[in-house]
Design a protein around this ligand. Structure first.
Ligand SMILES: *[C@@H]1O[C@H](CO)[C@@H](O)[C@H](O)[C@H]1NC(C)=O
Ligand SMILES: *[C@@H]1O[C@H](CO)[C@@H](O)[C@H](O)[C@H]1NC(C)=O
Ligand SMILES: *[C@@H]1O[C@H](CO)[C@@H](O)[C@H](O)[C@H]1NC(C)=O
Ligand SMILES: *[C@@H]1O[C@H](CO)[C@@H](O)[C@H](O)[C@H]1NC(C)=O
Ligand SMILES: *[C@@H]1O[C@H](CO)[C@@H](O)[C@H](O)[C@H]1NC(C)=O
Length: 612
């Protein structure tokens, strides 16, 4: 009955929409993009027309190819321009839209009475706040509310939108329209739940590792010994910084960081108070403990893990925390008009407007690539390339479900066929994706099987792995990845993007990190843990470089695949798991579960061209 009623309603609304006054435009509309809602999304009622929505309009960049050429030159250790990173102004100059693009888009907006425009630093993005009804007319579409099975928040989205034909080549993307992206934290919380010694665990033979590394509660002392940062004295002062991202209302809690550092890295305890916290677009910052509401909602487990993992390994490198508001599950019916729902984009465009940015930034959030339309993934990835050109390494967690969760691996191409689910942003070639390991001698890919705990199904935890369906395999990883694919000998053919960008690029410990939350110690797992840890270690490599008058590593991948990999310990044991299969094997050499392996700090410093 309900279905019948709602289809009548949408038919009535569709009729009404087609009678709406057409917008003024110098050419007729045609469909610009169609994208089916991915598995797990349920379509509800029509979005309320009088509520406001914030639209981000991506204008075609004038010369991205040139920006990309610069990026490759300054990131290729064999090139004479290696390390000669670009300034904010140089980057903006290369990507700003042409006058023609800008004029045509402005004409279209002005003609439709939209005059309150906000711009990114390069003016390659325009942000507008408009009633849903106007957005619908502007894009000749209808917004409906959608709800994901895993949450109670509702988003207003459309599955197809149009533009006047003369604008198709001047606008790359407009969101939120067809994006069903849910930037979820890649943390596996077993707080107050028993940690289990992995079946494959063997006690280390190395006396020090055996003493300092506890497989069900790993600590900074363990990482410093395992990855050989122990005893390194950072010298670059505040010329070198390491940043991390917070979304979804997450905010690092200083009193919890203080408890953690007091216990596990006492000399670093002041950094709990001194790390800088930026609020972006009204994102939360706070100095005190969790409020009752925050602890009731379980907020800040991710943020606490991030700051504690970074401070524990990279002290005294100054830490910068970015908190960007805008939960992707965004309901224009209840949210404020200023609430954006694509927080990566808001964050990266804010970052690109800053003159001075951290040399390393860690992000522990992702979603399946297919939740984002290709055009949008492509543009956000290009924004990340611009950050790379500035000399910053962006680390992203590879995800926590291997090649995809249990019973969830379906394609989003209308065929609903079985398909592995790569994650975005880690599939973007301009970021460095970090997988997770466990155990010590040897380390192997992190894995904890799916189980039902007290009647609740808990999906598997396994280092996020795979191949992009959107981004082609870049030249720098072709040799090792082609070899890996060849050695698979046809296994899983048809389930993954055989020619795609493969990830992760490297890995780090990611099972049962000791951490504090709400004043209490617990453990937490995930590529959310390995990513800030690896970011912290690379910020120490940059410290060595910068304190010796050299340039930071910047976009890491060309260096990593040609040279830097020799400073990583190869992981050869485990499988990706996910999608109800064993998945990709971890092998000798590069593999799409642990990349080239885990950091060996002194080797990385030497390969980067600094003295240890
Ligand atoms: C399962 O529930 C029982 C009773 O509420 C509780 O004591 C126990 O800790 C729970 N187990 C886990 C793993 O959460
Ligand atoms: C290892 O960590 C667990 C917490 O997960 C703790 O109960 C145990 O006592 C620790 N073992 C040692 C030897 O410290
Ligand atoms: C705490 O949560 C309750 C219930 O969700 C809400 O009514 C209240 O406004 C919240 N308080 C604060 C300070 O956010
Ligand atoms: C795709 O197929 C699976 C398994 O047959 C089913 O559970 C799921 O609901 C289907 N999804 C769609 C969107 O048809
Ligand atoms: C958080 O800590 C407060 C104060 O100790 C306590 O009352 C509350 O139960 C804790 N909340 C959770 C979810 O552990």
């Amino acid at each position: 009955m309900r279905f019948f009623a709602s289809s009548l309603l949408s038919a009535a609304l569709a009729a009404q929409a087609s009678l709406a006054t057409p917008l003024r435009s110098r050419s007729p509309y045609s469909v610009k993009e169609t994208h089916i809602p991915p598995h797990g999304w349920e379509k509800l009622n029509r979005a309320a027309g009088d509520r406001y929505i914030q639209l981000e309009i991506a204008l075609k960049q004038s010369n991205f190819a040139e920006l990309e050429r610069h990026l490759y030159e300054v990131s290729d250790p064999e090139h004479e321009r290696y390390g000669q990173h670009l300034s904010a102004d140089e980057v903006n100059e290369l990507v700003k839209p042409t006058k023609k693009t800008s004029d045509l888009v402005h004409e279209w907006l002005y003609e439709n009475g939209i005059e309150d425009l906000h711009y990114s630093a390069a003016k390659d993005w325009i942000t507008i706040h408009v009633p849903v009804e106007l957005a619908e007319r502007l894009l000749d579409t209808e917004y409906h509310n959608y709800k994901h099975v895993d949450g109670n928040k509702v988003v207003a989205r459309t599955t197809s939108w149009s533009l006047p034909r003369h604008l198709h080549n001047h606008i790359d993307a407009i969101q939120p329209t067809t994006s069903f992206f849910r930037a979820a934290a890649n943390e596996e919380t077993y707080f107050n739940a028993p940690a289990e010694v992995p079946e494959s665990y063997k006690k280390p033979t190395d006396d020090v590792i055996a003493r300092v590394c506890n497989v069900t509660s790993v600590t900074p002392e363990c990482f410093a010994n395992l990855y050989h940062t122990k005893g390194y004295k950072a010298k670059a002062g505040d010329k070198n910084t390491v940043g991390f991202n917070n979304f979804l209302g997450e905010v690092p809690i200083r009193p919890d960081a203080e408890l953690f550092l007091k216990k596990y890295r006492p000399e670093a305890v002041e950094s709990a108070k001194s790390f800088k916290a930026f609020s972006i677009n009204g994102g939360p910052v706070q100095d005190g403990p969790l409020t009752a509401n925050q602890s009731a909602e379980g907020t800040s487990k991710e943020a606490n893990l991030d700051v504690q993992a970074i401070a524990g390994i990279s002290w005294p490198v100054p830490i910068v925390s970015f908190s960007t508001a805008g939960e992707p599950p965004f309901n224009p019916d209840i949210s404020t008009p200023d609430n954006s729902n694509e927080p990566y984009l808001v964050w990266v465009n804010w970052l690109l407007s800053q003159k001075k940015i951290p040399q390393v930034i860690s992000t522990s959030y992702s979603d399946s690539e297919q939740t984002v339309p290709r055009s949008y993934a492509d543009r956000v990835c290009k924004q990340f390339a611009q950050v790379g050109a500035r000399g910053t390494t962006l680390f992203f967690s590879s995800g926590d479900r291997g090649v995809g969760g249990t019973d969830k691996c379906f394609s989003n191409d209308g065929k609903n066929s079985t398909r592995f689910l790569p994650g975005f942003p880690p599939t973007c070639p301009y970021v460095t994706a970090v997988g997770a390991t466990m155990n010590f001698e040897p380390e192997e890919s992190a894995y904890r099987a799916a189980r039902t705990v007290n009647g609740t199904f808990r999906d598997l935890y396994a280092s996020g792995a795979g191949f992009s369906n959107y981004f082609e395999r870049p030249q720098w990883q072709k040799k090792v990845v082609d070899k890996y694919v060849k050695d698979l000998d046809g296994a899983y053919d048809g389930l993954y993007g055989k020619d795609g960008r493969a990830y992760p690029d490297l890995a780090g410990q990611g099972l049962y990190f000791a951490y504090f939350w709400n004043g209490t110690e617990g453990t937490i797992s995930g590529t959310s843990a390995s990513t800030p840890l690896v970011a912290g270690i690379f910020s120490l490599v940059n410290d060595a470089l910068i304190s010796q008058g050299k340039k930071p590593l910047g976009w890491l991948n060309p260096w990593l695949y040609s040279k830097g990999y020799k400073g990583l310990t190869d992981i050869t044991k485990g499988f990706s798991y996910g999608c109800n299969v064993e998945g990709f094997p971890v092998t000798k050499g590069w593999d799409p579960v642990t990349g080239f392996g885990t950091p060996d700090f002194p080797k990385l410093v030497k390969l980067a061209g600094a003295k240890i």
